[in-house]
Design a protein around this ligand. Structure first.
Ligand code: ATP
Ligand code: MG
Length: 197
């Protein structure tokens, strides 16, 4: 069984994440993709994210009962910052080939993640191209040892980020068609992102 893990803060989830998951699933022939909701990014410790339950709820509704994509909450159930190595370990079992799915912007940072060597042994990495990010430069920074475990696949260029969505909401602008309508509704209902962080 080939399992893809797309980790993110998903604050909120948007169409960039969703297309990345679908393209990865097709390009890497994955059976299942888990969208793993991070408790807190070790790189964003000074700005706490929206409550985990609400972020999960947004991912769940965005997936809209897609049968081979699901929300993951092993990170949320652990306390403290989410490290990818712990996430991969939680999903690793005999017979499961784990693929970590990342956008280009996340790629160059991987050697700085916790326990990179062990991470590389436990999973392979699928990289989707992201607009504004130079993939050739990002992969060029990595050693051959890393490159061997990485497969790149193209994704449609969706110029959307959660940061942009949060800014728009804080400015009173519409975020319709950047994320599924059910996510827009949760943002409105729970009064998320009214104050810019
Ligand atoms: P933020 O702006 O808060 O950093 P984000 O939109 O970058 O949020 P993350 O949760 O940080 O979303 O990203 C999770 C993963 O999704 C990362 O691997 C990132 O590269 C990828 N990703 C995010 N947005 C896109 C997009 N528009 N196209 C392709 N990949 C994306
Ligand atoms: Mg990001």
């Amino acid at each position: 069984m080939r399992l893809g893990i797309l980790g993110g803060t998903f604050d909120p989830i948007h169409f960039g994440h969703l297309r990345l998951a679908v393209e990865a699933k097709e390009a890497l022939k994955l059976d299942d993709v888990v969208l793993e909701v991070a408790a807190q990014s070790p790189f964003k410790l000074e700005t706490p994210p929206t409550e985990g339950g609400t972020r999960c709820e947004m991912v769940k509704c965005a997936l809209d009962r897609c049968h081979n994509m699901r929300v993951g909450n092993v990170d949320l159930r652990r306390s403290g910052p989410s490290y990818t190595i712990d996430t991969v370990q939680a999903y690793a079992e005999p017979g499961t080939e784990v693929w970590l799915i990342v956008g280009t912007d996340a790629l160059s940072g991987i050697p700085k993640w916790k326990d990179p060597e062990r991470l590389l042994q436990m999973c392979r990495i699928g990289v989707g191209f992201r607009p504004g990010q130079d993939f050739a430069a990002a992969i060029g920074e990595l050693s051959e040892h890393w490159r061997k475990r990485i497969r790149a696949f193209p994704t449609p260029l969706l110029e959307i980020s959660s940061t942009d969505i949060r800014k728009r909401v804080a400015n009173g602008q519409s975020v319709r068609y950047m994320t599924p309508q059910c996510v827009v509704q949760i943002i409105e209902r729970s009064s998320l992102y009214r104050i810019e962080r």
